[in-house]
Design a binder for this molecule. Structure first.
Ligand code: GLN
Ligand code: ZN
Length: 765
């Protein structure tokens, strides 16, 4: 009687099939038709998994080749003219917006891509014009995919990004100043037209995602919900019924918006993140509205605690009756791996603690049964209770030595010996760097040869010695290229690293690893987060061997490269039984030992990447955010403050939205920061002058997400713009991020232009 529902399923397939197909298409190895066929196969397979699991409400249009927000840019014909004017096929135009296009005489950079809320998924920002118009794309994707499922005998509920969130998550294009939300009245008619088309195709209900409802909202955005949703409700039965979905936070602070949804069938809320919002939300619902209760975590891999979920569901049912409650995933399952069944190497006890997407859809179906008829699923409930107990009692989770060390952490351990001015004087002498020093962010291309050798080593086909020799050769090569390019601070290139977090996880105690548990990060890029299951410690040095070797064969300073504690935490699946601040401090202590070991071994520039620092920021202002900032910043400082003043600490961030976050970045006290900047306005750097930031900064001078090689003039112009906001002696010249996803010829081309531009400015000053 109680229905089960899934808000979205991962797109990649069991073996990252979509990634492979996309990349083959981009490399002209398969045709557009091949790619479309593969996508269709994946969609059908994913619907079938959910159907077979017994899920009642199965999503469609949750599939995207690159990103679902990008889908909507095309769906509403909100594609900037620089793409439409290229006259590419719709799919190529779509990919051009996602990743740039430099082929067949066309040269156009990608649209800006940013983090999706506090996740490690990235979406493409709707980029809107002052005179923006919208219209419905021909053969709209949500209708097409709904019909595709229907033809296969599966009734689905299409998922759409809501009109308010679509605009609120967008921005004005360069050269425009429009506040996107003012475009609402132009978008709503198109939205209505889309809903009518879905209804005509047979869709009875749609899921409209308005996740911005978990933010603190400007009044203009709050006010937009009413006209948008009233216009939809006014269509009556000409449009499907609407479930408004929110996730990744609570919506209690935006309750004044809810009357706008009076005409909606119901509301979805995230009860994993914010179970306490259940009762207040129930009180807000209209007389016949349903509650979609998100109790199965779409963001983590832990097996659902049925007992806990059932308690929430019972509360809802008691208040609303079974017909008005839907058991759902907390968010789309996009952020979870495809299936636990692929994991053959997990320790047997630990295996029983997890659920991935294909298992979570079963959990949703089981919970929906259990809530009214526990007897029908008693075996499943018993097995679940046993798994919960086994995890709680396991010795894997507790290491008394780690706890003891944490109890001995002092305030002084978080601070460098002296202030920056003094440190910098020593570093300058020690490292003899020119003005506008050039460097890169760490990784060089992860070639297929590297992957082949790594696989061979993992499988035992080559010995450790052979693998080490291979890595040394790769490092030699990276150094030779940096010699040729004339960079100032070298990196070893990270050829030994499969991934910037997994690599460390594999060398730390307290982690387990999967073999196939990939989740989409952006476009075709996937990450395989390791899983923190217990207290963390570092048995042995993790990076010293490679960095030391690299330094020994390099004539310039070699930068050691570590992933920071917050990023290790954020890009792992964290424990849900211990507060994240505790897990983070454990990581910080392990990294502190590594930093000191690097220094002892002759590495005097050490970069500790914290690209995830900002995404961990609680989405709303207030005490939770303040507490996070405190423990996150302290973890970084604890990890890095153990070195001498003459050792230079760098940190790196892959995002450009640091204005509201400036004080946290400044509080890290890193000697040099590199930050993504190439796709945003250099004006953003103004905060560094306004706040009299004393230390050094390398705002990225080009976009590494795109294969495009910018010409030298572009670099010069960018540096010139930066010099309007930064002091020359403060400015480092580097790319936006690591280069692992690029090809060597792209890297050489771009870095040649970058170094030339730096030399040009060196001569000017
Ligand atoms: N050092 C890492 C690299 O270059 C940094 C990656 C990142 O910030 N995402 O690959
Ligand atoms: Zn980065």
């Amino acid at each position: 009687m109680v229905q089960s529902s899934v808000l979205g399923f991962p797109r990649m397939g069991v073996l990252r099939d979509l990634k492979k197909a996309n990349e083959a298409y981009w490399a002209d190895k398969i045709t557009q038709q091949d790619l479309l066929a593969e996508a269709k196969r994946l969609r059908l397979a994913h619907w079938k998994i959910q159907k077979d699991a017994g899920v009642d409400i199965i999503p469609s249009n949750d599939f995207a080749f690159y990103d679902h927000v990008l889908d909507h840019i095309q769906l509403f014909n909100a594609v900037p003219e620089r793409y439409t004017s290229q006259k590419l096929s719709p799919l190529d135009e779509y990919f051009a917006m996602g990743r740039g296009h430099q082929k067949g005489g066309v040269d156009v950079p990608a649209l800006e891509m940013v983090k999706w809320f506090d996740s490690n998924y990235h979406y493409v920002k709707p980029t809107l014009q002052d005179d923006q118009t919208f219209s419905l794309a021909q053969d709209p994707k949500p209708v097409r995919e709904f019909l595709e499922a229907k033809e296969a005998g599966i009734q689905t509920r299409p998922v759409l990004v809501g009109p308010v969130s679509f605009l609120a998550l967008g921005k004005a294009d360069r050269g425009s100043s429009v506040d996107p939300i003012t475009l609402l009245n132009k978008l709503v008619p198109v939205y209505v037209e889309l809903l009518k088309a879905l209804k005509a195709a047979g869709a009875e209900s749609v899921q409209i995602d308005e996740p911005v409802l978990v933010f603190d909202l400007r009044p203009e955005i709050k006010a937009a919900f009413k006209p948008a949703y009233e216009a939809i409700a006014a269509q009556g039965s000409a449009v499907p019924s609407v479930v408004v979905a929110t996730y990744f936070g609570d919506i209690v602070h935006n309750f004044d918006v809810l009357p706008a949804f009076a005409g909606a069938q119901g509301l979805h809320v995230d009860l994993v993140r914010n179970p306490e919002q259940l009762e207040p939300v129930i009180k807000q619902l209209g007389a016949n509205q349903i509650l979609s209760a998100g109790v199965v975590d779409g963001r983590n891999i832990w097996k659902n605690d049925f007992k806990k979920s059932l308690a929430l569901l019972q509360t809802a049912i008691k208040a609303l009756g079974p017909e008005r409650v839907i058991v759902a995933t907390s968010s789309s399952l996009l952020h979870t791996p495809h299936t636990l069944a692929s994991e053959k190497k997990l320790p047997a006890d630990v295996y029983e603690w997890f659920s991935f997407a294909s298992e979570k859809v079963k959990e949703v179906a089981i919970l929906a049964k259990a809530v009214t008829d526990a007897g029908a699923v008693s075996a499943e409930l018993d097995a679940n209770a046993a798994a919960m107990k086994a995890r709680a009692d396991s010795t894997r989770t507790n290491d008394p030595k780690v706890k003891e060390r944490q109890s001995q952490v002092t305030d002084a351990m978080h601070d460098r010996k002296t202030e920056f001015d003094n440190r910098y004087a020593q570093q300058k002498k020690h490292l003899s760097l020119p003005l506008f020093p050039t460097t890169t962010i760490g990784s060089f291309p992860q070639t297929s040869e590297i992957r082949v050798q790594r696989n061979k080593f993992t499988k035992g086909d080559i010995s450790e010695q052979q693998y080490d020799d291979f890595i040394k050769k790769e490092i030699d090569f990276a150094i030779q290229i940096q010699d040729e390019l004339g960079l100032d601070v070298y990196v070893h290139g990270e050829p030994e690293r499969n991934d910037m977090v997994q690599y460390f996880g594999e060398r730390l105690q307290g982690y387990v690893f999967t073999t196939h548990a990939w989740v989409q990060s952006y476009g075709s890029r996937c990450v395989r987060p390791p899983i923190i299951v217990g207290d963390i410690s570092r048995p042995l040095p993790m990076t010293v061997k490679e960095s030391k070797y690299a330094a020994s064969v390099s004539k310039k300073p070699m930068k050691g490269m570590l992933t920071g504690p917050v990023t290790c935490l954020r890009w792992s699946f964290p424990r849900d039984d211990v507060h994240q601040s505790i897990q983070c401090q454990q990581l910080a202590l392990a990294l502190r030992d590594e930093v000191v070991d690097l220094e002892k071994n002759g590495i005097f520039v050490i970069q500790v990447d914290e690209p995830a620092l900002r995404e961990g920021l609680p989405l709303r202002k207030g005490s939770e955010r303040d507490a996070y900032l405190k423990w996150a910043v302290n973890s970084f400082k604890l990890a890095t403050a153990g070195v001498e003043d003459s050792t230079q600490i760098h940190s790196h961030f892959c995002y450009s939205e640091f204005q509201d976050f400036f004080h946290a970045i400044a509080a890290l006290d890193a000697d040099v920061l590199s930050i993504e900047n190439s796709k945003s306005d250099a004006k953003l750097l103004k905060v560094f002058i306004d706040e009299a930031y004393p230390r050094h900064i390398g705002p990225g001078v080009y976009d590494i997400h795109s294969p495009r090689v910018p010409v030298e003039a572009e670099f010069k112009q960018r540096i010139q713009e930066m010099l309007e906001y930064l002091r020359p002696e403060q400015l480092w010249i580097n790319p936006d991020c690591g280069l692992k996803t690029r090809k060597w010829d792209e890297v050489k081309g771009a870095l040649t232009h970058m170094v030339n531009a730096a030399k040009y400015f060196r001569e000017q000053y």
